[in-house]
Design a protein around this ligand. Structure first.
Ligand SMILES: C[S@@+](CC[C@H](N)C(=O)[O-])C[C@H]1O[C@@H](n2cnc3c(N)ncnc32)[C@H](O)[C@@H]1O
Length: 278
């Protein structure tokens, strides 16, 4: 791949997240995981498989986005792109451009789009959600962000999303933030500051959008977070992963356990958010 459009400007935090997801992608490919979602999932009955829950979370976002057949979509933080292949089966739209900071995930998604004859419709770019390089103003109908906005410099992301969206366009997020009572945690470190609190995030997005809806989905997502921890602990230590990959998965299991606890005691909130550009 040619020189990265993001490494010159990305913060060291963003670069370290990119390295982390490169390692996740390497191991998902090595383990030949069939569906490569990387989210906590959404449960209704409590009996679904982990992958069915992960897929359902994406479907909840698609439904909230009310996607039309002529729509141009942007998907930021798309993981391996699994959600976009799902979307192309689930509904009609004109074109989707994905942005992700993990070079390996971008490469995987583009190769898959070619293999599945979807490259005319799905294209995946290396770049930050905060920049959306190469996208013209007022050219996009929907911006989707599934379980990734807590990594972003949110004020820059909301501003840029508002710029590329057409009037009336929507941003739909499956998003994790600290409850306001846990605001003190966001003052401890840059990565926690980016997670933000429900109120600070709302203040930031309402500079550019009106809030259409915020639906609390803690009860639907927490059991999947707990499942994710067990899935990782079952696989990571015993598989053929490198030490670096194992380290990242175990770190992820640890943080996911904290998120599951945070959701349980309502220190952390998981929301499905729909914002509209006026
Ligand atoms: C938890 S994963 C979610 C993946 C996918 N949305 C899913 O639900 O399976 C977070 C994703 O966000 C991406 N990401 C993190 N920071 C980003 C940024 N600033 N711009 C674009 N993508 C970013 C990561 O590389 C990773 O693919």
């Amino acid at each position: 791949m040619s020189k990265s459009p993001m490494t010159d400007v990305a913060s060291s935090l963003t670069q370290s997240v990119a390295r982390q997801y490169d390692l996740f992608q390497t191991s998902l490919e090595l383990l030949q995981k069939d569906r490569k979602f990387l989210n906590y999932g959404y449960t209704v009955s409590g009996t679904e498989t982990h992958e069915a829950r992960q897929q359902r979370l994406c479907l909840e976002v698609f439904q909230a986005a009310e996607i039309g057949k002529d729509d141009v979509l942007i998907d930021v933080g798309f993981g391996s792109g699994e959600q976009d292949f799902l979307l192309s089966n689930a509904c009609e739209f004109r074109r989707l451009i994905g942005f992700n900071i993990s070079e390996r995930q971008v490469r995987y998604a583009n190769e898959r789009a070619i293999r599945e004859n979807l490259a005319h419709k799905l294209s995946f770019r290396l770049g930050e959600a905060e920049c959306l390089s190469g996208v013209e103003g007022s050219s996009v109908d929907r911006v989707l962000a599934i379980e990734c906005a807590f990594y972003f410099d949110r004020p820059r992301f909301y501003e840029r999303a508002a710029h590329v969206l057409k009037p009336g366009g929507l941003v739909v997020l499956a998003d994790i933030a600290f409850a306001d009572c846990a605001a003190f945690l966001t003052r401890r470190a840059e990565d926690l500051r980016r997670v933000g609190t429900q109120s600070s995030n709302r203040t930031a997005w309402e500079r550019h959008f009106c809030t259409r809806s915020v639906r609390r989905i803690n009860e639907h997502t927490r059991p999947g977070a707990q499942m994710t921890v067990w899935q990782i602990l079952k696989t990571a230590p015993f598989s053929r992963l490198t030490a670096a990959e194992r380290h990242e998965w175990l770190k992820m299991a640890f943080y996911t356990q904290l998120v599951a606890l945070g959701l349980q005691v309502s220190f952390i909130q998981y929301d499905l958010i729909v914002l509209q550009k006026t």
